[in-house]
Ligand binder design. Structure first.
Ligand SMILES: Nc1nc2c(ncn2[C@@H]2O[C@H](COP(=O)(O)OP(=O)(O)OP(=O)(O)O)[C@@H](O)[C@H]2O)c(=O)[nH]1
Ligand SMILES: [Mg+2]
Length: 349
């Protein structure tokens, strides 16, 4: 997952580190005497110093410079513009790239740092906090369900073929394992075979499904699903819908009607990580027209660039809830920003 981005961020980490190291070396060439933790010992100076050895005053000067590092814009300008290119190449949205670069710059420039703590720690700290700022907080669905009246009604929406139906099955399976009761509403009455498809998933994971005939009004199916959940004291309703583009006004009106009728607690926008910036642009359109409370990005297992995962929450202002990581029912992981940043920057970060 995100292997290409990970590799490039590692390179950026090394590049920033060596730029800062280079500027430090220019200020104060490292000598045995100037290594942190080894202050010069004037009393122990050799009785007959060689002509090349620095004087005591020189040693103190070097020590002061060497003990504190002040990073300047010019030290890292080139490395930052390389990082900018790297992020854009990985399909990180422009505004998110700008935010990351600005944050890394603020975290590095003009700060007095002890060299004793490693330059790599300094760089990794700056990259980490920049990424965490744009990734947001994630969305703890289990906690949400525990703290809201039941049934919690969740409507899934998004463009065609991104993985909505598979995601509903995965989330149903995940919630069942967490001890919740779940019912699925087969709200895609539009695409041929959609009702059978979700019916097969529901049977395999042992979850009740409510379905009508193909071509039926999806609002009616999902209304019935909510009624079933209320009368059977079910914890969670997962509502499937047909794939649609925000430009198809008839399908968007249908979605509005679904929302009016089933009154979802959460609208979840599903798109695929592999779509990169397209996914981010579409998510922004859906958020503007339908509204979304959270996002699921599927097919992260096939995505090397990671741009959508980095960009989507910051761009649309809604949290990323899950990443889909394969075709099996267990192939879903709650989005944990700290874990993703650690994955991206390496386990030693
Ligand atoms: N590799 C991988 N494939 C996935 C993932 N999620 C879904 N898929 C596959 O993507 C394809 C489309 O999935 P669906 O769940 O039918 O997508 P949909 O959004 O419901 O499609 P429509 O109902 O036609 O709009 C299927 O072959 C899924 O197995 C994932 O996280 N990783
Ligand atoms: Mg579907």
């Amino acid at each position: 997952m995100f292997g290409g981005l990970k590799e490039k961020l590692q390179a950026a980490r090394n590049r920033l580190g060596s730029s800062i190291q280079g500027s430090t070396t220019a200020q104060a060439p490292p000598t045995a005497e100037t290594k942190p933790g080894k202050p010069p010992q004037p009393a122990a100076a050799p009785k007959t110093p060689s002509p090349a050895a620095p004087s005591f005053t020189d040693k103190v000067k070097i020590l002061i410079v060497d003990r504190e590092l002040v990073v300047s814009e010019k030290d890292i300008a080139e490395a930052l513009s390389e990082l900018e290119m790297t992020l854009l190449e990985c399909d990180v949205a422009l505004q998110v790239t700008d935010a990351i670069i600005a944050s890394v710059r603020t975290n590095l420039i003009g700060k007095h740092r002890k060299i004793g703590s490693s330059i790599d720690d300094l760089v990794v700290g700056a990259l980490k906090s920049a990424l965490l700022e744009v990734l947001g907080t994630g969305f703890d669905l289990v906690q949400y369900i525990k703290t809201h009246p039941h049934p919690v009604k969740i409507l899934f929406t998004g463009v065609n073929g991104t993985g909505k139906t598979t995601t509903i099955a995965k989330i149903g399976f995940f919630l069942k394992k967490q001890g919740f009761t779940v019912v699925i509403g087969a709200g895609d009455t539009y695409r041929a075979g959609a009702i059978e498809q979700i019916g097969v998933h529901a049977e395999r994971i042992g979850i009740k499904i409510i379905q009508h005939q193909e071509g039926a009004d999806p609002s009616a199916v999902l209304f019935d699903t909510v009624q079933y959940a209320v009368s059977h004291k079910i914890d969670v309703v997962l509502a499937d819908t047909a794939g649609r583009f925000h430009t198809k006004s008839n399908l968007m009106n249908q979605l509005e009607k679904i929302k009016r009728v089933m009154k979802p607690d959460l609208v979840v926008y599903v798109d695929e990580a592999v779509a990169g910036n397209d996914a981010v642009v579409r998510a922004a359109e859906f958020e503007r027209t339908v509204g979304a409370d959270a996002v699921v990005l599927t097919k992260a297992d096939m995505d090397s660039r990671g741009g959508a995962a980095i960009s989507i929450a910051h761009t649309i202002g809604k949290p990323l809830m899950f990443l889909g990581t394969g075709q099996g029912y267990d192939d879903i992981m709650p989005f944990d920003p700290v874990q993703v940043v650690e994955e991206l920057l390496g386990s030693d970060a």
